[in-house]
Structure formats: C-alpha cells, structure tokens
Design a protein around this ligand. Structure first.
Ligand SMILES: [Zn+2]
Length: 137
C-alpha cells in the first residue's frame, strides 16, 4: 500500500507547481506541511472504507481510481504555526488558496459541493475518466 507525502511522487508538471506554491507560501510567511500526494488503489480503498465499513469519520467519496491523488496530480497540505498543524484558521486557508490559484493550481476550497481546503490539484483540463482511459498530462 502506498500512501505518499513525498512531492517526488507527483507528476513532474504538478511537482513544479507544488514547489512554486510552497516557495510562495514561505515568502508570505506561511509554513506548509504536505500531508498527502500519491495514493495507490489499496490506500484509496482503505480511505474510502473509513466511516463506512471501518471506524472513523468519512473523509472521501472516492474509491480507487476516482481520486486525482491516484493519478499523481493532487496533493493535500496543512499550514503549520509554531510547529503545529492548524486546521481551523479560515484566514490562513484563504491566503493559501489564493497563492495556490496564482501558481496555476485548482483549490478544492473553492468547490461548491464537498469543499476540501487542504486539497490542491492540476489536471490540465483532463477528467478522471481521461486518466482512467490512460491519458496523462
Ligand atoms: Zn486531496
């Protein structure tokens, strides 16, 4: 099972954008921890099981192949303040989202249904179906 938080596991195009994003956050005085990059099918299904067939809170609606993390084009982050991850500071999230957009990333905090502040992706206009059919960036 692979559940990576290493940005080297992202698609090279997304890796570049992620690096620039992390630099820009740093310049703005925001420390960022990358919590997830690539997830293989097994890891995705384990996550999907959480809150359904296994204990915990539901954290995703995506099964294997249905998350952009499975295609190496998405990553999750959390801001770190005084060495601790901070999940609930709206102002910091808005700043991070703004920086992500300026780096050409799509920020899931903008999504109307199931908004996800930690999640950023770059799909180059490709859909999940495209990736499932073997297309890539
Ligand atoms: Zn994500």
């Amino acid at each position: 099972m692979i559940n990576s938080r290493d940005i080297h596991d992202l698609h090279p195009v997304v890796q570049d954008k992620c690096r620039r994003f992390l630099e820009e956050c740093k310049k703005s005085g925001i420390d960022i921890l990358v919590t997830s990059t690539y997830r293989d099918s097994e890891a995705q299904n384990a996550l999907y099981a959480q809150g359904r067939t296994r204990p915990g809170k539901i954290v995703t609606n995506a099964k294997a192949g249905q998350s952009f993390h499975n295609w190496c084009v998405a990553f999750d982050v959390v801001p770190v303040v005084h060495g601790k991850p901070v999940w609930d500071d709206t102002d910091i999230w808005l700043s991070i989202g703004h920086i992500g957009r300026s780096c050409g990333l799509e920020w899931a905090g903008d999504w109307k249904s199931f908004p996800e502040k930690p999640h950023f992706q770059f799909t180059g206009g490709l859909t999940l179906k495209d990736f499932q059919n073997g297309k890539t960036l």
